[in-house]
Design a protein around this ligand. Structure first.
Ligand SMILES: Cc1cc2nc3c(=O)[nH]c(=O)nc-3n(C[C@H](O)[C@H](O)[C@H](O)COP(=O)(O)O)c2cc1C
Length: 167
């Protein structure tokens, strides 16, 4: 798959089979995340991997998307480590690039995932639940596993709608 095909065929997957995702696979996904660019190469990200059903069940109560959390095989919590931050906007941009690297890697490996953002309304409770240090700020949770549904076609605004000028 070339890069353009990979980008355009990635879809959010919200239902997963029970097939387990190996730790080595998760490590590879996170490694891809860490190769994202970051301002001054400060690499402000930290990750938490959650496979434990009891913890997943507790997390599921903290989001509208409980079914996705429960269906997933693993969750990757992506944090901004504020102790490493030098410019919040740039650090958040780096975290976004890191998450996209992970989503594309997941897709390329035949797994599926969805970026969960609504769950951030409970970011403090989640940090408390997993016992993370105060410097960590939850930026997203990636729910992943082997897909139990096909990704749709997807839809995007046309270039005419999005390119506002060419001079
Ligand atoms: C910042 C952000 C937050 C998101 N939050 C959620 C979420 O809480 N729940 C969910 O089901 N999808 C969430 N998504 C996934 C989007 O709904 C999805 O990417 C979008 O509809 C486009 O679909 P596609 O990923 O299949 O191309 C989020 C995506 C982003 C980038």
């Amino acid at each position: 798959m070339d890069i353009f095909e990979s980008i355009t065929t990635r879809r959010s997957i919200r239902k997963f089979t029970e097939a387990p995702v190996a730790d080595e696979v998760i490590d590879r996904i996170i490694e891809a995340g860490t190769w994202a660019p970051s301002g001054m190469n400060n690499q402000p990200w930290k990750f938490g991997v959650i496979k434990d059903n009891e913890i997943k069940t507790k997390i599921s109560t903290l989001t509208h998307y409980s079914k996705i959390v429960l269906s997933s095989n693993a969750l990757i919590a992506v944090f901004l480590d504020n102790s490493l931050s030098y410019d919040r906007t740039k650090d958040c941009q780096a975290i976004g690039a890191c998450i996209q690297n992970m989503l594309l890697t997941i897709h390329s490996m035949g797994l599926g995932a969805v970026w969960l953002g609504e769950i951030l309304k409970s970011k403090d409770s989640i940090l408390k639940l997993i016992g993370g240090p105060q410097d960590l700020e939850l930026m997203a949770v990636i729910a992943l596993g082997y897909p139990a549904q096909k990704g749709g076609k997807g839809s995007r605004k046309s270039l005419e709608q999005t390119i506002i000028f060419r001079k």
